[in-house]
Design a binder for this molecule. Sequence first.
Ligand SMILES: NC(=O)c1ccc[n+]([C@@H]2O[C@H](COP(=O)([O-])OP(=O)(O)OC[C@H]3O[C@@H](n4cnc5c(N)ncnc54)[C@H](O)[C@@H]3O)[C@@H](O)[C@H]2O)c1
Length: 209
Amino acid sequence: MAVGRGLARRLAKYLRCVAALREEGLDAVSSWMLGEYTGVNPAQVRRDLAGLGIGGTRGVGYETEEVFGTLRRVLGLDRVHDVVLVGAGRLGTAVAGSELLVKRGFRVAQLFDRDPAKIGRRVGNLTVRDVRELDGGERMPEIGIIAVPSQNAQEVADRLVASGVVVIVNYTDALLHVPAGVQVHDVDPSSQLMHTLYYLTRSGEEIPA
Ligand SMILES: NC(=O)c1ccc[n+]([C@@H]2O[C@H](COP(=O)([O-])OP(=O)(O)OC[C@H]3O[C@@H](n4cnc5c(N)ncnc54)[C@H](O)[C@@H]3O)[C@@H](O)[C@H]2O)c1
C-alpha cells in the first residue's frame, strides 16, 4: 500500500509513540493519547488509523500490538533495509554503530570515505571502502546517508544517485540537486533551531496557525 509523504510522516510519529507505550507495557492506546504525544489532531489520528483498517473500541482505544504491527508493515519496517553511508568521520562512525537504526530496521551495509587513511579501516563489522568504488556498477542499497563536509555533499549525492540510490538522508546543510524520482531528507538541527528562534524572538506576539 503506497501512502503520501504527509501521511507517512504522521504514521512514523504514531509508530514512535506506540513503540514507546508498548515498551511500557500498555495494551491499549487512545487517539487522544496519540494526538497528545504527536501533535496531530485526534480526529485526524482516527481517520488515519481507520484508513489502514485499524478499528478501535469506544472507551478503550486501539490495541497497541495491532497498531504497532500494522504501522511497521505499512511503513516497510517489518524487514531490514540496507543503507549505504558516505563519510566515515565522527558522525558517520556514530551512525554506522547506531543501535537505534538497527532497532528501527536499518542496517548500514556499506561505508565509504575518500581519505586514504580511513579506507580499509574497520568500523564495527564494516570495512571503509574508497568512495570512487561507489559508482562503479556494483548494486548498492536504495537508501544513502551523506555524512561528509557540506562542500562535498553534492558530489557524493551524484555518486549515490549513479549507484542506484533513490532515497538520500542528508546530514549536511547543503541544498542538494537530484533528479526527479530521488527523494532527499535533510537532517539539519540548525535549521530547526532557526525555526525555533523565529518563535522565541516573537514571544508574546500572536502567531497565526
Ligand atoms: N545534522 C546533524 O545532526 C549533524 C551532526 C554532526 C555533523 N553534521 C554534518 O555531518 C557532516 C560530517 O560531520 P563530521 O563531524 O562527521 O565530519 P568529519 O570531518 O569528522 O568527517 C567527514 C568525513 O567525510 C569524508 N569525506 C570528505 N569528503 C568526502 C567525499 N567527497 N567522499 C567521501 N568521503 C568524504 C572525510 O574524509 C571524513 O572522514 C558535516 O557536514 C557536518 O556539518 C550534521
